[in-house]
Write a protein of this length. Structure first.
Length: 449
């Protein structure tokens, strides 16, 4: 037996006590987690999994454990159901963060007078910064430069980069070096900017450095004094986009009840519990799907948008399915061109055909569907999967009730009840007291509604 197989077997051998009476049952889950989850976001150094989760407010009791295999990217967790839910949300947030890119556009205005500053500096240097929150403000600045300062606009240059990636943009004899980081809620870009002047046959000279956090879609204006009657204003516009280049909207993220914001970037747990993806992909019908030599990464974004557009479920804010590329798959797979034409098909069939054409697979993980090349799955208890699915429906029912949507909450509780009853019938030996307690609690709650 290989060492890794033995390690997995030892971990699973300490599975849950089937006689547990606590409603928050301890279960085992085999999750896919990208290596970046357990790396220092700045230095890239490995971080011990328990330490990383503790920094996000996720702690473990003495009977709970965690183990991570970076080679297969599998995270084995034995913990309370609620703790596993939090870990899964953290993984989904990390995967979303890793798929987000920053589109950066740089342009330069050359003027005889300053646009912001009151006076020049003693030497060529950065003297002023401004944040422009709308495109209209940028265009107004460009117009003002031309009308009042005899300014000229140098052709702009654009690029797309991943978070924490160093980029360089050269316009004429000027070089802009940037490192861009994305906030946890996808609303803000942290820009660390260095302005450099290029001299023939010599190293670039640093003109100035600054670090500013701006909302996605906003611009940072940096004013540089060069010499008498010679000013430059550098305008950097940063916008968060997905793999297809479409703008990304900020994600709502609230702390769980009773939680405080902890760790790097604060809480990464979204508020509402997503409807389990397996339930949705079977009910959403797509009128048409058409790919023509479309790269897999772009095809996934098309399916994701089509799913939201054709989802008729309530609430409206929860429509659509989170479909993602398992980005740790080989790069060539993401770029594989696909040609496909389908009409009036369930979303699950469109996903299956897409994955098949790409020569890979798909996997449902809680509220998400992942498409990519996965390591072989470990045999886990089907009973634990049913328990966890029932837990998710019960949690969503509580959220809906809190929002005053009583009919929708009742529907989710009925679904949870059916799952617990199925669990009792199929696996009568699995945590029988805990399952029975949940069935009794739901029956009592439903009888009062």
């Amino acid at each position: 037996m290989k060492l890794r197989t033995m390690w997995i077997a030892l971990f699973l051998a300490t599975s849950i006590p089937l006689g547990a009476q606590d409603s928050d049952l301890t279960i085992v889950r085999d999750l896919l987690a990208p290596p970046s989850l357990f790396e220092n976001p700045r230095k890239g150094d490995p971080v011990e999994p328990r330490e990383r989760l503790t920094s996000e407010g996720i702690t473990f009791g003495k009977d709970e454990s965690i183990a991570y295999d970076p080679v297969s990217m599998r995270l084995f967790v034995r913990a309370k159901t609620g703790t596993i839910y939090r870990i899964q949300k953290l993984i989904e947030a990390e995967m979303a963060r890793s798929s987000i890119q920053v589109s950066l556009t740089c342009r330069i205005l050359e003027t005889r007078e300053p646009l912001f500053s009151a006076a020049p500096a003693n030497r060529p240097s950065l003297v002023s910064t401004r944040v422009l929150t709308t495109d209209d403000e940028v265009e107004s600045l460009v117009t003002r430069a031309g009308e009042t300062s005899s300014g000229t606009a140098i052709a702009s240059s654009s690029l797309t980069a991943k978070t924490d990636e160093t980029t360089e943009v050269r316009i004429g004899d000027h070089l802009t070096r940037s490192v861009m980081s994305v906030s946890a809620d996808h609303s803000t870009v942290d820009l660390a900017v260095t302005l450099l002047q290029i001299h023939a046959g010599d190293k670039p000279e640093v003109v100035g450095e600054t670090r500013v956090a701006i909302p996605s879609g906003s611009s940072l204006a940096l004013e540089e004094w060069r010499a008498e009657n010679s000013w430059r204003t550098h305008i950097l516009t940063a916008r968060l986009v997905d793999a297809s280049g479409a703008p990304v909207s900020p994600r709502e993220s609230d702390d769980l009840p009773g939680e405080q914001r902890l760790g790097l970037g604060g809480s990464l747990f979204p508020g509402p519990v997503p409807v389990p993806a397996l339930e949705k992909v079977k009910t959403i019908i797509l009128p048409s799907v058409e790919f023509e030599e479309t790269p897999l990464l772009e095809a996934i974004e098309i399916l994701k948008k089509a799913g939201a557009e054709n989802d008729r479920s309530l609430p409206e804010t929860g429509r659509g399915v989170d479909i993602r590329y398992w980005y740790s798959s080989r790069t060539s797979l993401a770029e594989k061109p696909l040609t496909l034409r389908l009409s009036n098909v369930p979303l699950i069939e469109a996903i299956r055909y897409t994955a098949s054409l790409a020569g890979c697979d798909y996997r449902v993980e809680g509220g998400s569907v992942l498409i990519g090349a996965f390591p072989p799955a470990t045999e886990m208890s089907g009973a634990e999967e049913i328990w966890y699915a029932a837990f998710l429906r019960g949690r969503e029912a509580d959220e809906l009730e809190g929002a005053g949507k009583m009919d929708e909450a009742k529907t989710k509780r009925l679904q949870a009840l059916k799952l617990y009853e199925a669990l009792r019938e199929r696996n009568p030996e699995f945590a029988s007291k805990a399952v029975e307690a949940q069935i009794q609690r739901l029956n009592e709650t439903l009888s009062e509604e």
